[in-house]
Design a protein around this ligand. Structure first.
Ligand code: FMN
Length: 375
């Protein structure tokens, strides 16, 4: 099952695991896949700490880092993070802050203990993402960088490739994949609508083969809706060079999530997710709850664009995370996850997930082979 991208990265299986947890990054790489750390929520200093820890624990195995530079966002072009943050903060109407506060207090979510500890702008802009890339490319074992929500700017692509690493990006439309290829990316991640996080409207089964055909020799990793080895075999049969997974790792043994959050994933069915702009400003698949419903109502403020809506919601993210089991926190918590959540019903270790995917893949291939006439 080794594909060209496995050779380039020095991994055994083409299984890519997107995660925000450093322990998952290390455990997946140790099991023969490759862990990719989502960096958007970290400041450059925090990312440094996370990567120090990964480097100490991963041995000589490779890993990746994921950043978010959207194709379009408010404040684009401003490369000074402080100026950008001040400019964006001025653009957020009080009404939005008030509405978010009201939702949290109605659901009994405690205030953050230190009122002076204000949340700043997260990394979904070029100004901060560039600092994150600069940190990642100092790490010998970081072998790939991926970008969400757009083709990375030419200067970022050059920086990453000049450092000897692979650069890729996610997309949910054929035209975005073609744009990625024209920009010279090394690989593409084609994510169908069923995937967790920011996602488009076309389903994986329809999107993957179209993107694979449109970009020729460029390796395409299939994302969106992969929870078992049968789905992985489907992706590989359609021509994918590997699978890029996210939801699968949210409730593993090594994941840092609160027990209440893991429980909400186990309880959820595939019908319980929604694409909502209510947390980040761009359509993102997550568990449906009172928060997503409230922002979707006609009578309430419309979510702002990215990254303005993030300035309204980062405090809610940290409070509902810290107090996950208090009051009705889970009803207003940010739980990005894909439709595959309906298949995630128990805690497994990363190693067990990888080996389950592989054995299910082999069983499914045998089944398909057995359908051929024996002669
Ligand atoms: C909790 C969560 C957060 C995500 N955040 C990001 C992100 O910051 N950057 C990114 O490139 N993809 C992000 N994604 C998308 C994943 O990289 C991946 O493409 C997706 O999870 C694949 O679909 P699946 O959830 O069905 O496996 C996120 C996914 C989840 C579940």
């Amino acid at each position: 099952m080794r594909t060209e991208i496995c050779e380039k990265l020095g991994i055994e299986y083409p299984i890519f695991a997107f995660t925000h947890c450093r322990d998952v990054v290390v455990a997946v790489s140790k099991a023969g896949g490759i862990g990719v750390l989502g960096a958007v929520g970290f400041s450059p200093d925090q990312l440094k700490q996370e990567l120090d820890w990964i480097d100490e624990h991963i041995g000589d195995l490779p890993y990746g880092v994921d950043i978010v530079i959207p194709q379009k966002y408010e404040g684009m072009g401003e490369m000074n993070p402080e100026k950008l943050e001040a400019m964006l903060k001025d653009m957020v109407p009080d009404e939005h802050h008030e509405f978010a506060k009201k939702l949290l207090s109605e659901h009994g979510v405690p205030e953050w203990p230190d009122s002076d500890d204000e949340m700043g702008l997260l990394g979904w802009n070029e100004a901060i993402a560039t600092l994150l890339v600069d940190e990642a490319i100092t790490r010998p074992n970081c072998r790939l960088i991926a970008n969400a929500l757009g083709t990375p700017p030419a200067s970022i692509i050059e920086r990453i490739q000049d450092s000897g690493r692979l650069v890729g990006a996610l997309c949910g439309k054929v035209k975005q994949a073609v744009r990625h290829k024209e920009a010279g990316l090394d690989f593409i991640i084609a994510q169908g609508t069923e995937g967790g996080g920011h996602t488009g409207e076309v389903g994986s089964m329809v999107l993957w083969p179209q993107i694979i055909d449109a970009v020729g020799d460029l390796p395409v990793l299939a994302a969106g809706g992969i929870g078992n080895g049968r789905q992985m075999l489907a992706a590989m049969s359609l021509g994918a060079a590997g699978v890029w997974t996210g939801s699968l790792w949210l409730a593993v043994e090594e994941a840092e999530a609160e027990p209440e959050q893991k429980e909400s994933y186990f309880k959820a069915t595939s019908e319980d997710t929604v694409r909502s702009r209510s947390w980040t400003g761009k359509p993102c698949r997550m568990l449906k709850n009172d928060w997503t419903e409230a922002w979707a109502s006609e009578e309430t403020p419309d979510p702002l664009g990215m990254p303005l809506q993030g300035l309204v919601t980062t405090d809610a993210i940290r409070r509902t995370h810290k107090y996950a089991g208090v009051g009705e926190c889970q009803k207003v918590a940010f739980n990005p996850v894909g439709q595959v959540v309906g298949m995630i019903n128990s805690v497994e270790s990363c190693r067990d997930v990888i080996f389950r995917l592989l054995s299910e893949y082999v069983d499914a291939m045998e089944r398909v082979n057995n359908l051929m006439p024996k002669e």
